[in-house]
Write a protein that binds this ligand. Sequence first.
Ligand SMILES: O=C[C@H](O)[C@H](O)[C@H](O)COP(=O)(O)O
Length: 220
Amino acid sequence: MEAKKAAAELAVAEIREGMIVGLGTGSTAYWAIQGLGARVRNGLNIQAVATSEASENLAKELGIPLIAFANISEIDVTIDGADEVDAAWNLIKGGGGALLREKIVAFSSRKLIIVVDESKVVAQLGAFPLPVEVVKFGYELTIRRLRALGCKPEVRVVDRQPFLTDNGNYIIDCNFGSIPNPAGLHQAINGIPGVVETGLFIGMASQVIVGYKDGSVERL
Ligand SMILES: O=C[C@H](O)[C@H](O)[C@H](O)COP(=O)(O)O
């Protein structure tokens, strides 16, 4: 917890008066939203957009003002977590199932700050099963096409029910073991009809902040 919190707090320190801020999802982004809430209570004037219903609810509880997407063209800074980060700052995201909204928000963000603890930093992506969001229609066929790309795909199940994203879709966790060519794989998966988006974030991170168990933090 200390590692995630320390990384999140350093990211929150970069938020300035008047910014539009993207709120990530997950246990590390949670600390960033808490930190932002504290700064808002101390008078910081910002507006936020959220990458999940959970983060939106948390922002509301903390009194962080939210702005509709219709009223903005760009987000100044988004702070979000990741499941894996490689040396080129390519990411696997979606462990919490929020990858589609996260990618939509990240794509329109001038700056994407990724906050992780040290366990997420890897030499090569792929030990963490890659989350892929797919529509329900024909998902059995979509899974076969995913398997043909060399992974062991599994429909994500929570409480013995297929997990549904905030968008009403399934998540297929694709265990590749290792992903030597993240950009190529992202393209191949997104080429399968039925796939909505992959959890591979290629060249999107502008900054990576790593927290360590002893509470220290490092910018990569
Ligand atoms: O869908 C969830 C997101 O991509 C999270 O940012 C990611 O899974 C990391 O979450 P956490 O900070 O809880 O490890």
